[in-house]
Write a protein that binds this ligand. Structure first.
Ligand SMILES: [Fe+2]
Length: 499
């Protein structure tokens, strides 16, 4: 036993603290059984699949998902891939992440499932698959900055999700507040993941990385969630109904200590993904392109964040060379809607590009907008309460509120997308809503104008025809002369006969 260790023991005893020793289960000695917890599902990119992910604090002897069509037997059993995760904190606590990909799922079908094994099973949950075509209307709960502390929106969201209101949840960053705080060693992360299980075990929980997930190069985020693609959920895309959703990391622009390569990889991938999404056959099938990233390009808050700066990094790129600018890339590829969080408030912007408002028209700003629409929805409720607004609205601010709340989004069809903001402060009422209407998508949409109605064939005005004689006046005169001559001849014949 070293002198240093004895000194630590002495200080700890003096402070009345217990000491956690690293043994067989570092940081988890108090756990006696590897029970499944933190259960959540996510889309894989293939609509006939669903990913199930959960955690155990100890390593179980075996691990499976058993599932089947709701109402029947859960008689399909799939083994899990188990990975050991040493959490990012001083204690180097070890937890186990379990992943199972369910395949061959039928469209529009409800499934029951549970996960676990010989050491213990979870409760039974259910989820529904969606239609596989693009002719239906998906609904989403959308928010960012939902924490373990002060999770104001949690209860109404739990209720709505469990009532089947949504087809997916989009959590736009900052999930695991203080995840790797040196004193909690990712236990807040466990608490957060258990908190969202009440929603995420029922509908796909799709996430973007936020600034609070940055520790150890986003290892908590990368390991705990299972997003589509091969990029650890830092950037990915997926399709649902008439929508192509792209999630990306704004954090690669700010945590340059993890290397520039992450920005390059993401930017190149974004270009490729947008190019593919804009292929005529793809855009015809899924005309709506929606992006979700944590830190906004614009905001009217007063917290000193980069979104207040005219030359925002995400918007115009980094360094004096303005490398990897996203506003231009998204505009040139006809992104319809950009969803952000980070600011603990809600703000809806008019269609905007390069700080200029491009409304569809004065009366109908969101009907055929001539630039992408932005919303910032970071007021779900977290430890840091609200980020106050500047006194005056920005020219591109359409509506803003500091009320706690979350956004509902429904994509009705290829032309109509509806957003509404629920206020917790105002007793769960809708305090803002907008319908985005687009008759055309893609970069060409920015020039879209109501087509001129086709010219109607005009009837030629009726011209009253003058009744004209083909005979000339002289002919008529000649005719009259002949009649007169005949009359004289006739009279002469009367005279010779009777007189
Ligand atoms: Fe944030």
């Amino acid at each position: 036993m070293t002198t240093d260790f004895l000194f630590i023991v002495f200080i700890a005893l003096l402070a009345g603290q217990s000491i956690v020793l690293h043994g067989k289960h570092p940081g988890n000695q108090h756990i006696s059984s590897p029970q499944p917890e933190q259960i959540h599902i996510s889309r894989t990119g293939d609509q006939s699949e669903m990913m199930v992910t959960w955690t155990t604090l100890l390593r179980p002897n075996n691990s499976f998902v058993e599932f089947g069509v709701s109402g029947g037997l859960m008689n399909t059993k799939v083994p899990a891939k188990i990975s050991r995760y040493v959490t990012c904190g001083k204690a180097k606590r070890v937890i186990y992440i379990h992943k199972v990909k369910l395949t061959g799922l039928l469209p529009s079908t409800s499934y029951d499932y549970h996960c676990g094994g010989d050491d213990g099973w979870s409760a039974i949950y259910s989820f529904s698959t969606t239609k596989q075509d693009s002719h239906w209307s998906p609904s989403f709960a959308v928010y960012g900055d939902l924490g373990v502390i002060n999770a104001q929106s949690l209860a109404p969201l739990q209720k709505e999700v469990q009532n089947g209101r949504y087809d997916a949840i989009l959590h736009v960053g900052k999930h695991i507040h203080r995840t790797i705080h040196l004193q909690d060693n990712s236990r807040v992360g466990d608490a957060f993941m258990n908190q969202i299980e009440t929603m995420a075990a029922y509908v796909p929980y799709m996430v973007s990385p936020g600034n609070h997930e940055h520790h150890c190069n986003f290892s908590n985020y990368r390991r705990r969630f299972s997003m589509p693609g091969n990029n650890s959920g830092i950037f990915y895309s997926w399709n649902i109904g008439p929508v192509h959703i792209i999630s990306f990391s704004t954090e690669v622009y700010y945590f340059l200590k993890y290397g520039l390569q992450q920005i390059i990889n993401q930017y190149e991938w974004l270009k490729k993904d947008l190019e593919e999404a804009n292929l005529p056959e793809n855009r015809a099938k899924r005309p709506w392109i929606i992006t979700m990233g944590h830190r906004p390009m614009y905001c009217s808050n007063v917290v000193g964040d980069d979104c207040q700066n005219f030359e925002n990094k995400v918007r115009i790129g980094i360094t004096s060379l303005k490398l990897f600018p996203l506003e231009k890339l998204f505009y040139e590829n006809g992104v319809d809607l950009e969803i952000w969080a980070h600011e603990h408030s809600y703000e809806r912007l008019f269609p905007v590009y390069n700080h200029t408002v491009y409304n569809g028209s004065i009366k109908h700003p969101y009907t055929n907008p001539r630039a992408p629409v932005h919303i910032i929805t970071g007021s779900a409720g977290c430890k840091y309460c609200h980020d106050k607004f500047k006194r005056k609205n920005a020219k591109w601010t359409a509506f803003r509120t500091l009320d706690y709340g979350y956004t509902r989004m429904k994509v009705y069809n290829k032309t109509h997308l509806h957003l509404e903001q629920v206020s917790i402060d105002k007793n769960y009422t809708v305090v803002d809503q907008v319908m985005i209407i687009k008759n055309q998508h893609g970069p060409e949409a920015w020039k879209w104008k109501q087509p001129e109605p086709p010219p109607q064939r005009q009837k030629r005005p009726k011209v009253e025809k003058l009744r004209t004689s083909k005979k000339s006046p002289f002919d008529e005169l000649a005719g009259a002369k002949n009649i007169l001559n005949d009359y004289i001849k006739q009279m002469k014949s009367y005279k010779s006969a009777y007189l």
